[in-house]
Design a binder for this molecule. Structure first.
Ligand code: ACO
Length: 711
């Protein structure tokens, strides 16, 4: 939150007085249309045009300067050329104005010179503790009847409603306002944040979260001002209000071909970080603007689902089946109808009706059948919501169906969504339904998708609340490992150091012994138990396999001796100058499933935990998921459940299930390390072997990179 900004941002949304600096009479100018819009919307406060070259603007007395105004305006809208904006801010600040909306373009978005101007505007706004929206924005709008402020340059004043819209694109705002009017979508507040030099989406989330007139918040973002702050703000708001987001730029992420470790995975999957962030904060991401507004329309009715069980009631087979498919895709359930319900409906409906779910009443039922059947269905505690589909037939009018459905709405308090499929000129029917809190759609999939979002939001609000767990850590081992790395001046920790760091956080590794002679190697292998793996230990070799520095599957002492011999020869040839510190003999882990756990850092998102299918297929399958650290227990569980390979971890074809609780705990331990040790810039455990249930997880290979400054 910027200096001076109030939690509710009332200086922006509920000003008693507004000065429009640069208000104009000249046709086609931004200052002309914005001032006229304020008048036309019927602003309940006082509005002052300010312009040295006019006596009046749109018939309202105009003031030559801010100093000439009879009172300090609570909000200043600035529409003068960029080079003079900072001076205008000074004048408003001196007068005592607290809210500032800078419409003017020509700042950071145009390059260095603009950025300098913008910094000056920000500095001056901060000096007077003003809340700044913009610059380079489309304005703000509040439809509350006590305010009625349209300080945008769109003359399309939307219907009053309970949807708030925050947009990083000004052009999108004007399109959405026009669309909203055509679709009868009602807005509470509307904000274009422009360059976000002051107020950003995080401030707006918090203030809209508190606004009683707002029941659902929509965001259009191209980037987030601060991913961490977004997580905190959104998590609070989604506890009591749904937040839907369009994050554009899904495909702008570079799809890099070669992926060798989690570092590049995180980079190429930056969009997945947004998915993670939205997932962790309960924000629902829409793929298209159409989806965003259709879903918003459902939330705006205040409908809430108590569970995922849906019934589909239709008078035709095909659309019912399409809807059923969409329901399953959207995470809803179509339970079989309870026996008592089936019996009653079989008695009442035509014998050719399919009394199941979807329930096809057939084409020749009268409109009243919608009421009677729907009422019976929704009275069952087994059913949480209904989708009603009506397609044209000779026996009924859309009107009558709409009335019939509306009647049920007043009798049963459960969500009903309508799909008027193939009926022409819907305006009347849609109005009957929507005026009575039943959102209506043309296609079944659209209706079901919205219901799916209601169900997801219900699941979010009723999720088990878990904590970020804190595990005991061997702090001394951590300190020693990091100090040693610092002294040696290395950023990539040698493998044994990486292991000791992770072991200090409770990550298990196979038994290992450091040896320097072949006899020691055999002795160690005998003690550990066969089969063993032998690896070279050298600060100069990071890809050991490439230089013949790894031997696996050593079943007895003879094999250990043979491998030792071969390794010496290949190292002499492939890495003649490498410093060899010794060799590691370790137990070879067999069986189990290979996964990876990693840590990445992102300037906007902070520490990120990466989890996915591991081993050699990671690059091809890219079955990975991300979450921002620290992770709560439930997030670790969701990470494991969200990868495709989860089915393998559960066990297929009679296989024993893997130790999933141990895996989840390992993810949480790595998350703790990521938060505790900011000097760890990258961490990779790949593969980590997940053994059968009860047998735990074992890290086989680990790589830790320190940030250069921590050397
Ligand atoms: N105090 C009050 N009024 C002043 C002052 C001052 N200190 N200085 C100048 N003015 C008046 C001028 O006299 C002029 O009045 P007039 O129209 O009666 O002649 C008015 O302010 C505007 O000044 P102009 O120099 O004529 O500038 P113009 O109107 O051409 O452009 C504007 C100003 C609109 C702010 C322009 O610089 C701009 O930024 N345009 C882009 C706006 C925009 O698109 N913003 C992003 C929206 S988001 C989206 O993408 C849709």
């Amino acid at each position: 939150m910027s200096v001076g900004q109030s939690a509710e941002l009332e200086e922006l949304f509920q000003p008693a007085s507004v000065a429009v600096v640069g208000a104009s009479n000249k046709p086609g100018k931004v200052g002309t249309s914005l001032f006229r819009n304020i008048l036309q919307a019927g602003f309940r406060g006082v509005v002052y045009p300010v312009n040295p070259s006019s006596k009046s603007v749109s018939g309202v007395r105009c003031y030559p300067s801010i100093a000439d105004l009879p009172e300090a305006p609570e909000l200043g809208i600035v529409i003068v050329p960029a080079p003079i904006v900072a001076d205008v801010v000074d004048q408003l600040g001196t007068a005592g104005t607290k809210g500032l909306v800078v419409i003017t373009s020509g700042f950071r978005e145009v390059g260095e010179a603009g950025a300098v101007l913008e910094a000056e505007v920000v500095r001056r706004a901060a000096r007077y503790r003003m809340s700044l929206v913009g610059p380079n924005c489309f304005g703000v709008l509040n439809t509350h009847p006590d305010v009625s402020l349209n300080a945008t340059f769109s003359e399309n004043l939307p219907r009053r409603g309970n949807i708030a819209f925050v947009s990083q694109s000004g052009a999108l705002c004007s399109g959405i306002l026009a669309y909203g009017i055509a679709e009868r979508i009602g807005f509470s507040r509307f904000v274009s944040v422009g360059n976000r030099a002051g107020v950003d989406e995080n401030d707006l989330l918090r203030s809209l979260g508190r606004d009683e007139a707002t029941k659902v918040i929509l965001l259009y973002v191209e980037s987030l001002a601060d991913g961490r702050k977004f997580l905190e703000a959104a998590r609070d708001v989604t506890e009591h209000k749904p937040v839907l987001v369009i994050k554009s730029g899904r495909t702008a992420v570079g799809e890099r071909a070669a992926l060798s470790h989690t570092g590049s995975l995180a980079q190429s999957g930056r969009d997945q970080l947004y998915d993670a962030l939205f997932e962790q904060s309960g924000v629902m991401r829409a793929d298209t603007l159409g989806d965003l507004f259709r879903t918003a329309k459902i939330f705006a009715t205040g409908l809430a689902l108590d569970g995922p069980r849906l019934v589909i009631l239709t008078n035709s087979g095909g659309p019912g089946i399409v809807a059923a498919d969409a329901a399953i895709r959207n995470g809803l359930e179509l339970p079989p109808l309870p026996v008592a319900v089936q019996q009653e409906l079989t008695r009442r409906l035509p014998s050719i009706a399919a009394v199941s779910n979807p329930l096809d009443m057939t084409a020749d039922v009268p409109p009243s059948a919608y009421h009677d059947t729907l009422q019976t269905l929704l009275s069952s505690p087994e059913i949480h919501a209904a989708l009603v589909i009506a397609t044209p037939t000779g026996t009924m009018t859309g009107d009558a169906v709409a009335q019939s459905v509306v009647q049920v709405k007043s009798e049963v308090a459960k969500p009903i969504i309508a799909c008027l499929f193939g009926l022409t000129d819907l305006s009347r029917e849609v109005r009957i339904l929507e005026d009575n809190g039943i959102p209506a759609f043309t296609f079944p999939e659209e209706a079901v998708q919205g219901l799916g979002s209601l169900a997801r939001y219900h699941a979010w609000r009723t999720r088990p609340r878990t904590e970020v767990r804190s595990f005991p850590v061997d702090r001394q081992a951590v300190r020693e490992t990091l100090e040693r790395a610092q002294r040696s001046g290395t950023t990539v920790l040698p493998e044994y150091a990486a292991r000791s760091l992770l072991a200090a956080y409770g990550i298990a590794f196979p038994k290992v012994a450091r040896v320097t002679t072949v006899d020691e190697a055999v002795g160690a292998a005998d003690a550990i138990g066969y089969p063993v793996v032998m690896k070279v230990a050298s600060p100069d070799i990071s890809h050991k396999t490439d230089v013949g520095g790894v031997a696996v599957g050593l079943q007895d002492s003879t094999m250990v001796r043979g491998a030792w011999q071969r390794m010496q020869e290949s190292l002499r040839k492939a890495a003649p100058t490498a410093r060899i510190e010794g060799f590691e003999v370790e137990a070879q882990i067999s069986g189990g499933k290979e996964v990876l756990i990693g840590v990445q850092r992102d300037s906007g998102f902070g520490p990120i935990v990466v989890f996915g299918m591991g081993g050699i297929y990671v690059e091809v399958l890219r079955d990975v998921t991300f979450r921002l650290a620290p992770l709560r227990q439930l997030s670790a569980q969701h990470m494991v459940e969200s990868i495709k390979a989860f089915a393998l971890l559960k066990g297929v074809r009679g296989e024993a299930p893997s130790d999933i609780p141990a895996l989840e705990e390992a993810i949480e331990r790595v998350s703790q390390l990521a938060v505790d040790l900011p000097q760890v810039s990258e961490l990779d455990i790949n593969p980590m072997i997940v053994r059968p249930a009860g047998k735990g997880v074992v890290a086989v290979d680990a790589r830790v990179v320190l940030a250069p400054s921590s050397r």
